[in-house]
Design a protein around this ligand. Structure first.
Ligand code: SAM
Ligand code: SF4
Ligand code: SF4
Length: 387
């Protein structure tokens, strides 16, 4: 078992958190290359890899300008995991049951030659001998240019973030004056390249873009694009999160129902974060031609019970929860290694860490005292570990 210590609070304002000791030695489960379960019997299925901590947007809920300004100390290039290091680490995650890899950031398309990494990851096989499900979350700004090359390298799907159709609203959200039309062009290019089914994520902030819910739904209905509404989350420590700016998913669905009838659909996979709703026809039945929407209720409805996601930061820290305040330094294992193909220590570390995992922040959030809720608690930034 791991000797994982209780979380500590470090009274220093630093975007990047401290490091937990990596538990070494043979994993408690002697069968290290098998489906690994954590203390709540959750398998390890989904690995999210942040390939850069930089971004060309300044979304107020993620990288507010006041903090991420020209003096902000981003990671130096030498601190970033190389593509070879990422692939080495990913291979060991796959050996522990990972079936899906999502590349994220920061803005992942800012990382040079990302196609090279995608091609390396596409060569990996799951424990069942299947290709990995490889996807990417992007703000879409560079997608029109890169969609074809990404597809050719082996990327299967993309998720594009877009917080409104109205230019003024969207520009206020991205805070760098980026126009909606360019993101829509990126989505169209991704569709043309076969990077589907495409998902579009809209973070809903009450009072800022909630009036865009219905126009966004109308725009994407029947296009094959799955629109998902995300509750504005208390991730990180810089976005000034307030509960009264969260619009609960139940209210998103209520607003949609008044305009476009919906029926609840089954979850598509275990651990799926979105609740799915299908557009109904005149008979009140789901019509696949009209498509579906999803809601991700990260604040009002915890989905920790099925959470099968691990997160690898840009510099190789492993986080077991989006709301974690400390990670495990896997980079030190791949950089101090002898350079041979023996990754035993890395494999053991991943097994031990996952088997010791107890994280269930959203489930516990409701029980926290008010002063510990929201951004009062020190946490890792989303732009650092990726969404
Ligand atoms: N830059 C890429 C993008 O925006 O798609 C990838 C990284 S971004 C951190 C990943 C996802 O996290 C995006 O869909 C973004 O909207 C979402 N996100 C960031 N901060 C959030 C917050 N405070 N609450 C909810 N979602 C958030
Ligand atoms: Fe950049 Fe994505 Fe964060 Fe917006 S949500 S600031 S696009 S990393
Ligand atoms: Fe997973 Fe943490 Fe989110 Fe719960 S709060 S669903 S454990 S990432």
């Amino acid at each position: 078992m791991t000797n994982r210590p209780a979380y500590r609070t470090i009274p220093v304002f630093d975007q990047r958190p401290g490091t937990l000791p990596v538990p070494t030695g043979a994993a408690a489960n002697p069968n290290a290359t098998a489906h690994t379960l954590d203390t709540l019997r959750r398998p390890l299925r989904d690995l999210r890899i942040s390939v850069t901590d930089r971004c060309n947007f300044r979304c107020s809920y993620c990288m507010p300008k006041e903090v991420f300004d020209k003096d902000y100390a981003y990671l130096p290039h030498s601190a970033l995991l190389s593509f070879e290091e990422i692939t080495r680490i990913a291979r060991q995650f796959v050996a522990h049951g990972v079936q899906k890899i999502r590349l994220t950031g920061g803005e992942p398309l800012l990382r040079k030659n990302l196609e090279v990494l995608i091609a390396q990851l596409a060569a990996l096989r799951t424990l069942d001998g299947e290709p990995l499900d490889i996807t990417l979350t992007t703000n879409g700004s560079l997608l029109a240019r890169k969609a074809q090359a990404l597809k050719a390298a082996g990327l299967q799907r993309v998720t594009v973030s877009l917080d409104g159709l109205d230019d003024a609203v969207f520009k206020k959200m991205n805070d760098v004056d980026f126009p909606v039309a360019d993101v829509l062009a990126g989505i169209a290019a991704a569709q043309a390249a076969g990077l589907g089914p495409i998902k579009v994520n809209m973070v809903v902030k009450r009072g800022t873009n909630d009036h865009e819910i219905v126009p966004m739904a109308r725009h994407f209905q029947g296009t094959g694009v799955v629109l998902r509404f995300i509750e504005y989350m208390d991730v990180g420590a810089t976005n000034g999160w307030r509960m009264d700016e969260v619009l609960p998913s139940a209210q998103v669905i209520e607003r949609l129902q008044t305009e476009m009838p919906l029926v609840a659909l089954e979850a598509s996979a275990p651990g799926e974060t979105a609740q799915r709703w299908g557009y109904a026809n005149a008979q009140g039945q789901y019509d696949p031609r009209l498509g579906e929407v999803g809601v991700i209720s990260s604040v009002t409805q915890a989905f920790c019970a099925d959470c099968n996601r691990a997160r690898l930061s840009t510099e190789g820290q492993l986080y077991l929860c989006l709301f974690a305040n400390q990670g495990y330094d896997l980079r030190s294992l791949v950089r101090t290694d002898t350079g041979t193909s023996d990754d035993t220590a890395l494999a053991e570390a991943i097994g031990n860490i996952w088997q010791g995992r107890t994280d269930r922040y959203s489930l516990l959030r409701a029980a926290l005292p008010p002063e510990a809720q929201g951004t009062g608690a020190r946490r890792v930034e989303m732009s650092y570990i990726g969404g």
